[in-house]
Design a protein around this ligand. Structure first.
Ligand code: ADP
Ligand code: MG
Length: 731
């Protein structure tokens, strides 16, 4: 059979005839056309049903059953008007992806009449056979039922594919006994906890505030390569990353890709997936090249966190589907290629009130600035107290390859706040004390607003090496991996913030009860929090070796590998945090921990298998073929009695090749032995650690070293796997 690599390279030139994409002239003309928004609902529902739905959307309360049928009827009418025949409950199980089980509207009545029907029951709640979703032991296999229930804070939408259109109802997924089996349930609970404790604190400053929502704006990084080339790389197909591949002579050193002009084929793809995203109401705004060749980014306008999470999950799905049409492959993996930058998904997070205020934006008056400072310092304290948990929330096999590499934030959690705010905090620290009164100048002035230009300058030219940076009116959690479901880190941020605000309120109230003036009490606790959490603030270069040493001196945790990073989820502190705030009970937490460990083990196991298999079946055969050619050549020259100089070079190459072949295959054998040993371990945590240390760390790079050397030595015509230069530079 012809070598797939060359076939792919050949067809690539044909691909340059791009799929033609007609862009809407105006985004607003298609935006949200496939979403059952409240505006649409008004047209399709009775007044009564509309009111009930609107109330549920606002409060997150379940739809009243009595009105379920009416609402379902309206949704079906709308969906059918758009050519939909099937519906599904769309949910986010703990597999890291989204799930759908399609059912048709079609049914047969008792008397045999075929009809189309969609009942309230089907809209509001379903019981998918959920036994094959990860549950970490929460559901014994005999109790295979879980149920999905509509979460009306995220609207129904229509997914289009070449094959048809499906009505999707965003749902939560819980076990029959009520434990969450998905990422959305805890997220919604954390949003609620944050709302509750956030409002209580915000009311110190403004009695009109009755609701606080977490906002999220993600930035999605990804690689895009030709699908033919991707198909010729079994490692990419199975793991999303290349386990082998020598650096291309040119990669990102010229820095000519970042923000450069977007190649036509890519541009066409972008317009296409953007169009599909707009229809789904995903408010994409930005697109550009990223640092590495073939790396790109897109970002939307921020939204309420629950919706933003759904939109990100949908976007990844849409991108994968649209890419197929363009003969491209999207790589969301955190580190698809060694030697060039990896991909992240920055999570921009803030808090907004129902009075329209962004609580992390400095205000215009002393009073609003005190409110800003309160929330600002509370999140610093939260991150300080629960840094290990924040680290755990972004832990994954993929992200381990990226964190701490020299282009990504380290696994050490620290916060960047900028020079100006550092000064403000220092001033509070030195001024607030024994004789501090409500007449104190710092309180009366809190002149942050005067210095906003300075602040913005400071924080937009911000430190990009920080994992958690204040960027003027929001925090940017930069350590999140590009494949991640943002619900996981955002659940943690919301929860630790909720918990910290709760304690803050208790302390301030205590001081007030003791006779202190409200403002003074608030400043007093703010000061305590600044002092208590100072060590998590860091303004320097997070990528540097010095920071690693400094962080160690400060006692900040630095856990580079997932299996141990996940421990933070099951400490006594974490259990009580999640339980008291109603996010996870102990069983749910243990189950999640178990699932994450299992996922880690499986991912590394798959990598290890494909690495071994590729080495034996894709790398060694061409290497041996070339080895034989060299051998014949040397023999021939020798037989002719020619000088040693005539074949010395070949002999050297032959020696090297032979060495790498034997080293690589010996290492693969030992790795298999190590795997057999690890597979016997029954405790998940221990097994995961064994996979990290005795398999991944012990073998992956070593085997790769020999394989990548072979790539440089072996005749290019024999090499089967597409090379880095081909995947990264051919468009
Ligand atoms: P960059 O990080 O590339 O400089 P921006 O700071 O303008 O870009 O925005 C990055 C992301 O932050 C966008 O997705 C944007 O919607 C989001 N964002 C802006 N304001 C907020 C906010 N208040 N809450 C959450 N996300 C926000
Ligand atoms: Mg950014």
């Amino acid at each position: 059979m012809e070598n797939l690599r060359f076939k792919a390279l050949e067809t690539l030139s044909k691909n340059s005839e791009d799929v033609k994409v007609a862009s809407p002239t105006k985004i607003t003309s298609v935006f949200g056309e496939n979403v059952f928004t409240l505006d649409v609902a008004r047209a399709f529902l009775s007044d009564e049903a509309y009111k009930s739905l609107a109330a549920s959307v606002k409060t997150g309360k379940k739809i009243e059953r009595a009105l379920g049928n009416q609402i379902a009827f309206g949704i079906r009418a709308w969906a059918e008007s758009k050519g939909v025949t099937h519906y599904t409950h769309w949910f986010q199980p703990l597999t890291g992806t989204t799930s759908e089980k399609h059912d048709s509207f079609f049914t047969i009545k008792g008397d045999g009449t075929p009809i189309e029907q969609f009942e309230g029951e089907a809209l509001i709640q379903q019981e998918p056979d959920a036994s094959s979703f990860p549950n970490g032991g929460l559901r014994a296999t005999f109790e295979a039922r879980g149920y999905t229930a509509w979460d009306p804070t995220s609207p129904a939408f229509i997914l289009e594919s070449g094959l048809g259109k499906t009505l999707c109802i965003p749902t939560i997924f819980v076990s029959y006994t009520g434990e969450s089996l998905d990422t959305k349930t805890p997220l919604l609970r954390s949003i609620e906890a944050l709302n509750k404790h956030g409002v209580a604190v915000a009311q110190y400053f403004d009695r009109n505030i009755s609701k606080i929502t977490a906002t999220l704006g993600w930035e999605q990084e990804y690689f895009l390569i030709d699908a033919g080339l991707a198909n010729a790389r079994p490692d990419i197909l199975l793991t999303g990353r290349t386990v082998f591949g020598h650096n291309s002579a040119k990669n990102q050193q010229l820095e000519d890709h970042y923000f450069g002009s977007i190649p036509d084929r890519i541009y066409n793809f972008m317009r296409d997936f953007e169009k599909e995203s707009y229809k789904l109401g995903i408010p994409l705004r930005t697109r550009h090249n990223e640092v590495a060749p073939a790396q790109f980014e897109c970002a939307p306008i921020f939204e309420e966190a629950n919706l933003a999470v759904d939109h990100n999950m949908l976007l990844m799905d849409v991108m994968n589907k649209v890419a197929r049409k363009h003969n491209l492959k999207v790589l969301f993996h955190e580190k698809p290629f060694a030697g060039v930058n990896g991909s992240g998904k920055h999570n921009n997070w803030s808090l907004s009130t129902d009075t329209g205020v962004n609580l992390l934006a400095p205000g215009k008056t002393p009073k609003t600035n005190l409110m800003f400072l309160t929330f600002f310092v509370n999140i610093i304290k939260a991150v300080h107290d629960y840094a290990d948990l924040l680290r755990a929330s972004i832990a994954s096999a993929g992200n381990d390859y990226r964190l701490g590499a020299n282009e990504a934030p380290p696994a050490i959690i620290s916060i960047f706040i900028g020079k100006y705010l550092t000064e403000v905090l220092n001033e509070i620290k030195s001024r607030v004390g024994d004789n501090f009164t409500e007449q104190d100048e710092i309180l009366l002035k809190l002149d942050i607003h005067k210095n906003i230009p300075e602040l913005l300058l400071d924080n937009t030219d911000r430190n990009r090496t920080s994992p958690f940076a204040f960027t003027g009116n929001k925090f940017e959690f930069r350590a999140v991996g590009s494949t991640a479901n943002c619900a996981i880190p955002i659940t943690v941020i919301n929860t630790i913030m909720a918990d910290t605000l709760k304690k803050f309120k208790e302390q301030v109230d205590g001081l007030i009860d003791g006779g202190e003036k409200k403002e003074v009490a608030i400043m007093e606790v703010i000061k305590q929090y600044i002092v208590a959490s100072e060590k998590v603030l860091f303004e320097g270069d997070g990528y540097s070796e010095e920071w690693h040493k400094e962080a160690e001196r400060r006692g900040l945790p630095n856990i580079p590998q997932t299996p141990k990073a996940l421990d933070a989820y099951v400490t006594e502190t974490a259990k009580s945090l999640f339980e008291t705030n109603g996010i996870y009970n102990h069983a749910e937490l243990e189950a999640r921990h178990e699932i994450m460990l299992e996922e880690y083990i499986k991912k590394v196991q798959i990598e290890s298998r494909i690495l071994g298999e590729l080495c034996t079946s894709h790398i060694l055969p061409p290497a041996i073929k070339y080895q034989n050619i060299l051998l014949q050549n040397i023999k021939g020259l020798k037989e002719l009695d020619l000088d040693i100089e005539t074949y010395n070079n070949q002999k050297n190459i032959l020696k090297k090749i032979s060495l790498h072949i034997s080293e690589a295959s010996a290492l693969v054998e030992s790795m298999i032995e190590a795997r057999k040993k690890a597979n016997k371990i029954t405790d998940s945590r221990e097994k995961a650690i064994a996979y990290a240390e005795t398999i991944k760390a012990a073998f992956f790079d070593k085997i790769r070293y020999h394989v990548d050397k072979l790539e440089l030595l072996v005749d290019d015509q024999f090499w089967v796997l597409p090379k880095y230069r081909e995947m990264l530079f051919i468009r």
